[in-house]
Design a protein around this ligand. Sequence first.
Ligand code: PXP
Length: 242
Amino acid sequence: MRLGINIDHVATIRNARGGNHPNPLEIAIIAEKCNVDNITAHLREDRRHVNENDIKSLLSKLKIPLNFEMAATSEMISFAVENLPYACCIVPEKREEITTEGGLNLKSNKEIIDCINQLKDAGIFCSLFIDPDIEQIDIASEIGADAIEIHTGKYCDALSESIMVNELENIKKSAIFAKSKGLDVHAGHGLNYKNISEIAKIEEITEVNIGHFLIGEAIKIGITEAILKMKSIIDNTRKVVV
Ligand code: PXP
């Protein structure tokens, strides 16, 4: 299972004071040295965390792929096509939300299809951030996505055991269905040391992207130790299962 590190919240802390500390690129390079598999960053319409210069410097300095998270807007499509990240993950975006609260609704999908076509024409690997929902996955495969990223928020934030079990079951069924449709299956949102194991047990999921928790942990134990601990939980769980 590949591990991607989302560095958005390094930029959130930097932006609290302006200036350039902490520097998202510097943290991404440390993550790269920990042998993570990609760096993820979400350029939002309101630039609340990373900005264009962050993305450009990540693209020019990193050896590992950049997974560029973006809304399906003409502004972001132009930026992606000009700068050519390895992968784009299309996400829904509402200015007033604290974070990406749910997956895309692919039922009204005209602008998402246009976005996928333009990204794929530019040779960019294209994934769609969606809830664990069979109908949405079916549409994702029909409209030509290379991958889906399953939004794990409802599982991670579940307030009761029964909701958690139910959400996990949805994630498992969705991952199996998506793989059967030829899609690469990723997962992310709200993952931490505790809830990652059940996700790592799902063989069909080949990549997880984790941000907020690891950046928070880094304040306590440092980014290297936080990443290595997460990697070892994932690798040990995976070894037992596969
Ligand atoms: N994957 C996607 C598509 C995201 O939008 C985010 C951030 O919302 C993450 C992964 C990482 O989530 P978190 O910061 O909760 O680990």
